[in-house]
Design a protein around this ligand. Structure first.
Ligand code: SAJ
Length: 434
């Protein structure tokens, strides 16, 4: 199949890089977003998300005329839906007394509906949004059928998950293997034709529900593995073992690859996607459910650790280093570090948070420091919550000269305990009680 014009619905972390990458490959792309602010920003040459290299690619795409921004879809050869699938804020499911979160599919529904008036025979529609299994055939196909055209007969329909890592999106978009699941083999082939415009990784074809499940399995696999690493950190603490040493020794086994414990699992993917399995099959997913619970409770565990080091938190001044959801990114969404800060505050601590990747973040109920020095000033204790490279490289003696705090809690294995002890600090580490 040939593609002269593509319409990308949703210009967020996935849609915008995807639209610009197609445009960079000389395809005529209409980028659609229903948020007038996003449309306005992009049309004025701005960009609303932070991702290394993205600004340059978007600017070039707009300047070349290959990318234009609109609020509604236009007729095209292919439509890509890349809108968010968050949770419902106030709606929960329940199974055997256990509450679980529910996917909010309203954005997928309305993006799909927006395609109906412009859908033509022979088109391709691809859903990229992470979705519960069977969404393509049970939600998207019936909505599009309202156009009078039938998926698999009159137009192609496929699901293709994005698998890019925030911070490396532009490179991974091109280099990663791509799974395309069609509602028919012809639909999968049409999807493969589309992505082969820029994908250099392997393109593998399958059916739509398999492709949906693949995406959820990848992130769930990671979540469950992080959960066991977090449990190991608690066990090591109980038994007087250094979990980091134990993990590195266990990982010398040729078939073992234990991940890293930390303050919890954040971001908008791994902490979200496993719930899509729980929601659609709660009776089959006790392991997935409990892994989510373990990871969600890890910020509480870190607060207990800080209490052990500091004592009663009431009135204690704590410098929190890092608020991002993982190292060396500026994304603060669903961040376990922020959760730790909130929990510390709820116990009466006075927290000043320093996030070098977003110093002017405006988060509800978080007191941001203007600099590292500002965070350390007057602090009674320091909590390292994100393993940013610049924190790992901090010089203990320099820090000692900037603060009266002599207690440091390391929740991410970011510090060489011996160096900090030599500089006069009492070091408490996650997963270590020796
Ligand atoms: N984390 C740990 N321990 C680890 C690894 C990660 O506690 O050993 C924590 C991180 O600190 C972070 C969270 O888990 O809070 C998630 O970070 P991540 O780097 O594992 O993943 P994401 O959420 O940035 O991106 C994931 C990726 N999926 C997988 O690696 C299977 C990415 O490829 C997906 O495209 C992305 O989710 C997505 O969009 O679904």
């Amino acid at each position: 199949m040939k593609f002269n014009k593509i319409c990308v619905l949703g210009l967020g972390y996935i849609g915008l890089p995807t639209a610009s990458t197609f445009a960079a490959n000389r395809v005529n792309v209409i980028g659609v977003d229903i948020n007038p602010q996003i449309v306005e920003t992009l049309r004025n040459g701005g960009i609303h998300i932070h991702e290394p290299g993205l600004r340059t690619v978007v600017e070039a795409a707009l300047k070349s005329g290959n990318l234009s921004i609109a609020t509604k879809p236009e007729p095209a050869d292919a439509f890509i839906i890349a809108v968010p699938t968050p949770f419902h804020e106030n709606k929960f499911g329940e199974y055997n007394g256990q509450k679980y979160k529910l996917a909010d599919m309203r954005a997928v529904t309305s993006a799909t509906e927006a395609i109906i008036p412009v859908l033509q025979k022979g088109n391709l529609v691809v859903l990229e949004s992470t979705s519960p299994p069977r969404t393509t055939i049970e939600l998207v196909a019936p909505i599009l059928a309202r156009s009078g055209l039938q998926a698999g007969r009159d137009f192609h329909l496929a699901y293709s998950p994005e698998r890019v890592l925030p911070g490396q999106i532009l490179r991974e978009l091109v280099e990663n293997a791509r799974v395309i699941g069609g509602v028919t083999p012809e639909s999968a082939q049409a999807g493969a034709d589309l992505y082969s415009i820029f994908v250099k990784g392997e393109i593998v074809q399958t059916d739509a529900t398999t492709a949906e499940m693949v995406k959820l399995m990848e992130n769930t696999y990671r979540d469950v593995n992080i959960a066991i690493a977090n449990e190991f950190s608690r066990l090591a603490d109980k038994f007087g073992v250094d979990v980091w040493e134990a993990i590195s020794l266990a990982n010398r086994h040729p078939r073992v690859k234990i991940l890293s414990p930390g303050p919890g699992v954040g971001g908008h993917c791994i902490s979200v996607d496993p719930w899509f399995f729980v929601e659609t099959a709660p009776e089959l997913t006790p392991l997935i459910y409990h892994s989510r619970r373990v990871n969600d409770s890890q910020p509480h565990y870190v607060v207990e650790l800080i209490k052990r080091a500091v004592g009663n938190l009431k009135g204690k001044k704590i410098a929190a280093l890092g608020l991002a959801y993982k190292p060396d990114v500026d994304d603060l969404r669903e961040s376990p570090a922020s959760e730790v800060v909130h929990l510390l505050q709820s116990e009466g601590a006075l927290v000043k948070a320093w996030e070098p990747f977003k110093p002017d973040a405006n988060l509800p109920n978080i007191n941001m420091a203007s600099s590292l020095d500002n965070a350390l000033q007057d602090a009674d204790a320091i909590a390292l919550l994100v393993k940013h490279t610049e924190f790992v490289n901090l010089k203990p003696s320099e820090i000692a000269s900037k603060t009266k705090a002599r207690i440091i809690v390391d929740a991410v294995n970011g510090l060489k305990a011996r160096d900090w002890q030599a500089a006069g600090f009492q070091v408490t580490r996650l997963g270590v009680r020796k």
